[in-house]
Design a protein around this ligand. Structure first.
Ligand SMILES: NC(=O)c1ccc[n+]([C@@H]2O[C@H](COP(=O)([O-])OP(=O)(O)OC[C@H]3O[C@@H](n4cnc5c(N)ncnc54)[C@H](OP(=O)(O)O)[C@@H]3O)[C@@H](O)[C@H]2O)c1
Length: 268
């Protein structure tokens, strides 16, 4: 069930910390992988290091530009014939969409909030429109969105990103029902919600730059994670492969937390 030979997976955010691990796993499972990238040169350099890189291609595209996505879709079909799966991995935060000692909720700039809502919400919806249309035409396909633990339980300070990822969860459920009812019950839509992963973006929020020891926030996260550690990119791969593969053929409209138990823990 996890042999993706002959199947084409389109990935956005494939040059990111988590995205790279996912692309690597998909290539390793035999998939043809098209990485939609704003900088195809960067993506190509990453892909060329992979075993099986002949089946992986960087395709120019911006998840916030529908025209570029339409062109990317044409390029993918030209290269691989069809699209079986879409992995919406592009996403992220903006420093000014998070409250800080010198930035209150009341002063949070509109542009920062728009940036985060656009990237996470529209950046998931627009590729789903473009590649979902192809799935509707072939009456078959799988979309996997990347949400976050902060969608289920909004994180203190992190306003924009928590709200945007909650929107991704809602969209996941909506689109699952819509595509199954209006187009084909063989089109599935799910999401994966990573918990806390130590990445370059948050490393110095969670660990001390000089000593590497946990910061108060980092320690608080570990205290609320029953498994007692941060996630590593490889922790996502089993869930990703399950949701993209026929192993989950009767699963649609769910968001799977991969969070070491964080969302299950009441704190006592
Ligand atoms: N890291 C975590 O701890 C964590 C936890 C929960 C959820 N997540 C979610 O998991 C996903 C991947 O996270 P990550 O840590 O791997 O992120 P990352 O390292 O910051 O990478 C972000 C990716 O999104 C791409 N991207 C950003 N804007 C884009 C645009 N307009 N068009 C096309 N691509 C764009 C980036 O491409 P470029 O190479 O062009 O910049 C990059 O590939 C995101 O949705 C994130 O919100 C992450």
């Amino acid at each position: 069930m996890y042999d993706f030979t002959g199947r084409t997976v389109v990935v956005t955010g494939g040059t990111g910390v988590l995205g790279q691990a996912m692309v690597q796993a998909l290539v390793g499972c035999g998939a043809n992988v098209a990485v939609i990238a704003r900088s195809p040169a960067k993506a190509d350099a990453q892909l060329s290091a992979l075993q099986g890189s002949g089946r992986a291609r960087a395709v120019p595209g911006d998840v916030l530009n529908k025209e570029s996505l339409a062109q990317a879709a044409q390029a993918v079909v030209q290269k691989f014939g069809r699209v079986d799966c879409l992995l919406n991995g592009a996403g992220g935060n903006h420093p000014s969409a998070t409250t800080k000692p010198d930035l209150s909720f009341f002063d949070m700039p509109e542009e920062a909030l728009r940036f985060v809502f656009d990237l996470n919400m529209l950046g998931t919806i627009l590729p789903s429109q473009i590649f979902g249309r192809q799935m509707a035409a072939q009456a078959e396909g799988v979309i996997l969105n990347v949400s976050s633990m902060s969608a289920l339980r909004p994180l203190t300070r992190v306003l924009g990103y928590s709200a945007a990822k909650a929107g991704v969860n809602s969209f996941t459920q909506w689109l699952a029902v819509h595509l199954a009812q209006e187009y084909s019950p063989r089109i599935r839509v799910n999401a994966i919600a990573p918990g806390f992963f130590l990445t370059e973006q948050n490393r110095f929020l969670l660990t001390d730059q000089e000593t590497g020891a946990l910061t108060a926030r980092g320690q608080s996260i570990i205290n609320h994670t029953p498994m007692g550690r941060f996630g590593a990119p490889d922790d996502l791969l089993g869930t990703m492969l399950w949701l993209l593969s026929p192993a989950s053929s009767f699963v649609t409209g769910i968001v799977v937390p991969v969070d070491g138990g964080f969302s299950a823990f009441g704190g006592v």
